[in-house]
Design a protein around this ligand. Structure first.
Ligand SMILES: Nc1nc2c(ncn2[C@@H]2O[C@H](COP(=O)(O)OP(=O)(O)O)[C@@H](O)[C@H]2O)c(=O)[nH]1
Ligand SMILES: [Mg+2]
Length: 308
């Protein structure tokens, strides 16, 4: 089929055409570039929601339920499931498909799994392209599933208009997420698996840790609880002209970039680990203020890089 015809059919809402177009984007770079040139500008920007969190917290299950609720509100929902945790791309696709089974059968929902493997130009290029195609096909809300890690954090903060961090009770996972710096990026937190007994204490812990302006939703994706509240929250943000995506994205990217850079410096041997530990102890014992220590560290780093 001619690319132009394929694009036209995609715009008209033909699902097979959309699927075919994405496959072409994934597998053939020359065709991908051609498609990008041919794609018309979309009239309306889609609302992109990044959904991230550790493996197993229930992201896929939650996304399936959320998509159903959004579709019930007459929105077309595109789902981009990116599951690099699975070494078998087929497994990732199957795993996500299975849990999103019900959602799959809805005409207003389109699910696509992508993996880094085999992706030309890397995951972010592919994601950008698929988003464009989703957009011209009229998918006004797009849910992207990613497993949080340094690089994907930055990617998701660049792409998403709103970020939901999913966590679950027990496993001390709330704290793990904090460590990963994930929570810094969150617009809202989903405490999933609230059907488990430890839910309330987890909620209390999270509420104490997180700033007030970040809502925490108690959800059980399994039992379809709390999904409607999240749906309404998303719709409210989607329609709020003051929820300025650009500024927020810019700030988030800056934060994530600085954090990643600092992590890189700390991971390198520019500052020996025991040197850092000494500072930590000195601050702990109030021999030195944290401000002072940061100046000294910055100075040491600069000296190491540029010499005396
Ligand atoms: N008890 C309980 N289990 C859940 C809930 N949501 C998901 N799960 C289970 O958690 C496991 C991981 O779910 P999945 O959606 O694949 O997590 P992901 O790796 O974060 O995408 C599966 O066995 C799900 O059935 C929930 O609300 N309650
Ligand atoms: Mg998943």
């Amino acid at each position: 089929m001619q690319l132009n015809t394929l694009i036209q059919k995609t715009i008209e809402g033909n699902r097979q055409a959309l699927a075919r177009l994405i496959t072409l984007l994934e597998t053939d770079k020359d065709t991908a570039i051609q498609i990008l040139r041919l794609l018309p500008k979309s009239n309306e920007k889609s609302f992109i929601v990044g959904i991230t969190g550790a493996p197993g917290v229930g992201k896929s299950t939650f996304i399936g339920k959320l998509a159903q609720k959004l579709a019930e509100k007459n929105l077309k929902v595109g789902i981009l499931a990116n599951d690099p945790s699975s070494p078998f791309s087929g497994g990732a696709i199957l795993g996500n498909r299975l849990r999103m089974d019900k959602a799959l059968s809805n005409d207003n929902i389109f699910i696509r799994s992508i993996t880094t493997r085999g992706a030309i130009g890397g995951i972010s290029w592919l994601t950008d392209m698929i988003l464009k195609v989703f957009e011209i096909a009229g998918y006004s809300t797009i849910l992207i599933e990613t497993v949080g890690s340094g690089q994907t954090d930055l990617e998701i903060s660049r792409i998403a208009d709103l970020i939901l961090i999913v966590t679950m009770p027990e496993l001390g996972d709330e704290i793990q997420a904090l460590k990963a710096g994930l929570l810094e990026l969150a617009d809202a937190v989903i405490l999933n698996k609230c059907d488990l007994p430890a839910a309330q204490s987890s909620y209390t812990k999270l509420r104490l840790t997180l700033p007030k302006e970040i809502p925490i939703f108690k959800v059980s994706a399994l039992n379809d609880q709390g999904i409607l509240e999240v749906t309404e929250y998303l719709l409210q943000k989607k329609n709020d002209p003051n929820f300025s995506q650009r500024d927020r994205k810019r700030k988030r990217i800056k934060d994530a970039l600085l954090r990643l850079t600092i992590n890189k410096i700390l991971e390198s041997d520019i500052i020996p680990q025991n040197d850092l530990d000494n500072y930590v102890n000195a601050i702990l014992e109030r021999e030195i203020t944290i401000e002072q220590a940061s100046w000294e560290l910055a100075e040491k780093i600069l000296k190491k890089i540029f010499g005396q």
